[in-house]
Design a protein around this ligand. Sequence first.
Ligand SMILES: [Zn+2]
Length: 290
Amino acid sequence: MALTLCGRARRLVSATSVHKNGFLHRLQQTGSDRFQFGEAKAIRLLPRRTNMVQELGSRDNFLQHNREIETSYDFLGEMRQRFLRFKRQKYLPEIEKFQALAIAQSPKVMVIGCADSRVCPSYVLGFQPGEAFTIRNVANLITPIEYGPTETNSALEFAVTTLQVEYIIVMGHSNCGGIAALMSHPNHQEQKSSLVERWVMNGKAAKLRTQAASSHLSFDEQCRRCEKESIKDSVMNLITYPWVRDRVKRGELKIHGCYYNLSDCSLEKWRLSSDTINNGFCVSDREIWA
Ligand SMILES: [Zn+2]
């Protein structure tokens, strides 16, 4: 039995021809867009460097695998197009700038943000390449120095002591899944927790403070409050690092916390300031950018 390419399979061929991965070329070498089926077998179309067809066992499997391949090719093809568009429209017109960046970076800002795909600091705050040294983790948490090394505080050390950034921005956001995990996790089950749960429990102080102050609120409302409280705690945790604290005291480093509200596109901001009452520092001067 012969299979004539149609529907998804034909679109697959069309997509691969766009991406120039050699597949269409190989099809043309066969002189036909028809493939031979065994009686109870199906085939799938495989990319370059592998066999062109492979028995899969059923026609449903064939369609499912082609769907997966097509999706994969569309995504990578789109990435390729975006990269080439970046090169054409951004890199080449500003080649001197990018050539300088190829040698060294000298960002003024470090951003510590959430890993959430919706909260891209460079996109939301308009940073250009070379402007913001960025690290993202689940729920944008910074642990105090006594908790030991993490990838976040290792990046912090590099940004402050080597790059000598002038600003640190801790950027949290509304509807944070990490904070929801923190708020919903039982306080005394840390040994049985997942990696995510154990990580977000670093924000436990913000959680307990939120629960104590707003037990009358709904879970979602408590999460919104905890999202902001944990930003403030992370800002305060930054000054447990002596090389941060010293630079803040000398006025060489300024620290801000930001809360990006995805629902109404507003940004709430606080700054770390000196406070003679509260251990030398506090989070104050709330602003709303809307
Ligand atoms: Zn988040």
